[in-house]
Design a protein around this ligand. Structure first.
Ligand SMILES: Nc1ncnc2c1ncn2[C@@H]1O[C@H](COP(=O)(O)OP(=O)(O)OP(=O)(O)O)[C@@H](O)[C@H]1O
Length: 237
């Protein structure tokens, strides 16, 4: 298990009851690397993420995070090591204000890093600055998504996992989220991105992999995946 890798997962299988969803998936993410995870609906993208983080417990295979064996670990252990997960459907505290949501998340990074301050997060998301006193539940979907990403940044992660971060949002907000994803990449934090807009994912990723029925059917540098004749067929586009 290489400690140069943030994620080093080999031969991952996962089940929901008797339904076998992942069939031997390998995934590696290096420090600072942006990886796109593509595939049609129901192909196992969210399940792969949730399996790596220990949310799906019927699993087999070796899961290494930061060189540690996390094959049996619980979700909070992955978070403690520096993996921030922004789930599909967000995950902000509805009864806390924007300010409280952010402050509560604040934590130094693995090496004591503290560069994503409260102020920097608000500069990155000017909309949140205007809503500091609003409760999570009072925010629009786009604002909740920004808050969720802002919370992730305040934990000073080594890796942020964004599962459908732009899903169901208005076009201007979607642009805003992609801008921030670019900023996160530029700041050296590794990212794993799942998004329906495969062109945008590929344009912003170093590498990409495509899942079909719980198996990796295509992977490589993002430009290679982008140029692959097989891509459209796998994505159904
Ligand atoms: N909690 C669950 N219980 C049972 N089956 C599930 C559960 N979550 C997902 N599945 C099934 O597992 C398979 C993979 O789903 P998953 O959500 O990982 O796909 P996905 O590629 O992320 O697609 P989507 O974009 O639709 O979320 C699908 O057949 C789905 O119906």
């Amino acid at each position: 298990m290489s400690s140069d890798l943030i994620v080093d997962a080999r031969g991952i299988h996962a089940w929901y009851g008797s339904s076998h969803v992942l069939h031997g998936v390998d995934l590696a993410i290096g420090r600072g690397e942006t990886v796109g995870l593509l595939g049609r609906n129901g192909m196992g993208k969210s399940t792969l993420i949730r399996t790596l983080l220990g949310h799906v417990t019927q699993r087999e295979g070796r899961i290494g995070l930061f060189g540690q064996d996390m094959s049996k670990a619980k979700p909070h252990e992955a978070a403690r090591l520096g993996v921030a997960y922004v789930p599909e459907g967000r995950g902000v505290f509805p009864n806390l204000s924007v300010r409280e949501n952010l402050i509560m998340a604040a934590r130094r990074g693995r090496d004591g890093r503290n560069d994503w301050s409260y102020e920097r997060v608000l500069e990155t998301f000017p909309r949140l600055k205007e809503r500091l006193g609003n409760l999570g539940a009072q925010l629009s979907g786009g604002e909740q998504q920004m808050l969720s990403i802002g919370r992730a940044l305040m934990t000073h992660p080594e890796l942020i996992i964004l599962d459908e971060a732009t899903e169901g949002l208005a076009p201007l907000i979607v642009l805003e989220i992609w801008r921030v994803i670019g900023e996160i990449r530029g700041s050296g934090i590794a990212t794993l991105i799942v998004d329906r807009d495969y062109r945008k994912v590929l344009a912003r990723s170093d590498r990409a992999l495509v899942l079909q029925k719980g198996q990796v059917v295509l992977q490589g540098r993002a430009d290679e995946v982008s140029g692959s004749a097989a891509l459209a067929g796998y994505l159904g586009v």
